[in-house]
Design a protein around this ligand. Sequence first.
Ligand SMILES: *Cc1c(COP(=O)(O)O)cnc(C)c1O
Length: 382
Amino acid sequence: MRAERLRRCNDALCGARAVIDLDALAHNLQRIRELAPDSRIMAVIKADGYGHGALRVAHALMGADAFGVARVAEGMALRSAGIRHKIVVLEGFSSPEELILVREHGLDTVLHHPSQLEMLEQAPAGATILLWLKIDTGMHRLGFPPVAYGEIMARLSGCAAVAMPVGLMTHLASADELKNPQTSKQLACFQAVAEQHSGQLSIANSAGILAWEQAHADWLRPGIMLYGISPFSESTGGEHGLRPVMNFSTRLIAVNQLSRGDAVGYGGRWVCPEDMAVGVAAVGYGDGYPRHATAGTPVLVNGERVPLIGRVSMDMISVDLRSQPTARVGDPVLLWGAELPVEVVALAANTIPYELTCKLTNRVERVEEGVVGLTRQDARVS
Ligand SMILES: *Cc1c(COP(=O)(O)O)cnc(C)c1O
């Protein structure tokens, strides 16, 4: 697999690229099935599939029972591309116009606010909508308070536009913190409402799936773990039996022999402690490499770890090549992927892996790899 990746790096263009491993996506979905065999899976592919490309991710995850997106527009884009799966809009509609689009495109939607309920009550007769009623069990972001359950259900049963029964869902605020008591409180709160409910139930994001078996319920909503990434700050996806999907790489475009005392990059904050080789790789924050990655953040040159030095610029980073005296222009540089977990880079850049994969920019060429991909256009989509 690594040889295949390197071969692709020998293509003509030197810029940063993200190889998306479709087999790893399918593997991670299967891993979730093993963890929760009795639950259905709503694969969350919002924000362009966490930066991996929503459509290609959807094609690789046809085995999922539904897809989850944040916005109506994201659901419409999948429908226009021919995706016929159930699609759930996790933020729901927020205007009468969006409600019309939800119905036209056959999207399921989350109901979390009284303003949405009023729009539903005023909607003309027509196609009915599948709804997930969202209860705020303590995150205090989206959802109705538990005490509102009875009244909302009564009003929903009077809405011609709503298909009954509706689902009931909540979202966990701290499931990634194993010792945080908030999750147990949220689960108890949800349970009390669920006892009055006869439809499907959904609670768990990736952290809930991995750490809180009591949260599995009828429908799982995995996001980050589908991409092979751990939702916990103290582990990597591999430790949970997941395979990283994104391999973000570039190449060296310069190798310079610098002298002791030479300052590297903007601001000249990093100074060579001895005569040494410094490599320049064609990636920067203009590609989505985090500008706040600190000196010492690992990068793989020819498969070996070397430290980042100096500031990250828009198009380039510098790396310490003292341990790689034979490195040359054109050599492959891995920023994160199967051999260098994005979780490690996120920690070094004081952020979370979600942000890193989401923030890859359009300049980064996306290349598909894997058997699932070979059934589509020459396995390559940019
Ligand atoms: C984004 C999202 C998820 C997926 O969360 P992960 O931590 O990526 O698994 C699940 N449910 C809702 C409501 C979300 O917004």
